[in-house]
Design a protein around this ligand. Sequence first.
Ligand code: UN1
Length: 495
Amino acid sequence: MVATATPSETHAHDIKDLYAHFIGGRRVLPDGPADLVRENPAASNQTLGGFKSADIEMVKATVRTAAQAWPTWRNTAAPSRGKVLLEAARLMDKHREELARLISLEEGKAVKDSRAEVQRSINITEFMSGEGRRFGGYTSGSEVFSKFAFTTRQPLGVVACITPWNFPLAIPAWKIAPALLAGNAVILKPASSTPASAVRLAELYQEAGLPDGILNVLAARGGPAAEALLDAEEIRAVSLTGHTSTGRHVAARLAARGIPMQGELGGKNAAVVLADADLDLAAAGIVDGAFGSTGQRCTATSRTIVVESVADKLLDHVVTRARRLVVGPGVDETTDVGPAVTADQRESVLKYLEVGQHEGAEKVYTAQLGDLPQGHWLAPTVFDRVTPEMRVAREEIFGPVLSVIRVRDTEAAFEAANAVEYGLAASVYTRDVRAIFGFVDKVDVGIAHVNQPTLGGEVHLPFGGVKASGIGPHEQGREAIDFFTKVKTVYINFA
Ligand code: UN1
């Protein structure tokens, strides 16, 4: 194993240097041939970098490193831990353009989306830093006069955060901020296709004063090394964002050892458009929701459920707006829709286009791609007259594909919105206050939006789904700390 220079000695701005693990406060490159080789999604004949993935031994050694480092951080007062987060947020702010470029290069998304992702990473880190001064429990009266009762919160120990490729900076940022603030040591396992942003984030934390070994980044594909992480005795909790099937598999494995999991999983989010909606506003939100970030977002608008009487008009607005989108390399300022992250991801979306046509959905729009370098390009596509039983109405596609489902009335629209196994986000477009509150009451999701896209959320509020979209407590908001702490209830008899 070769340890490279610590981040204070070299400020890595070259992406290839970030293809490494980050263990015990430094970048680490194991000996041996590179098996994690990353191609540029917008120019697939170029390589961004490569290195050898972690093996079982390396995973075990890293978990031990974190466990040995943990007591120093556990015994650091919560407000002081918060200060490290605040400094990390300041450093992200200072390096915001570098980070945005890095995200666009390795993930492929349009740089304006990457800038929003960096902003979100700053926001969550800054928000959580303030929780350092609020960290603790509550006091309570007792059944007995001469007793005093209170609760206190304590960190768990070493926790694992397993993150996907589609938000290579923000999802790591919003998992590790509460984990670290709560006083845990973290093993972050980013997606093997996008480790560089995670490594850069860890370096910024290090520069902000986080002790060595408290935040470690290990890249490995699924399989024995990933399983070794789940099985490591020192790991006390796992927060994972990924496919529902992965989440359930991991949850079952952890349950056997009694280890809790927080799972932020798939989605099949609907934008519901009622007869009185502002159709231009709805179309703007739908196009942004369906095609922004190339649809590679668990909150993407994958379905539009529209009341028949306004369906044709809405589609006109949607297609007019979709035509203006520029598909191109993420790093270009003019790009709206970048490539798919990998060749496999592109293939999977292309299959769904075939499935939709085969099932009888009507393809009413497919973007014409211009003169582009060889890359994983996908054309934004709209299917009309999709029916609820079709696979394109039920399954998560994770690409720039919108399925339009026409319904009779408001009631049928709400019913269709809930007629999928997922329950992450949904939105409704209407001006009718009864319909708004009816929707909020009935829609079975973790995040409901009114007159705005199905996307995103604000970091000081909980984020997560129900049904097949989530397992365990939600991320973000003040509640995020609950998952990463244990509560102790204390009774003091002073009679
Ligand atoms: C967003 O909607 O902006 O994997 C964030 C995902 C989600 C995060 C979405 N966990 O896409």
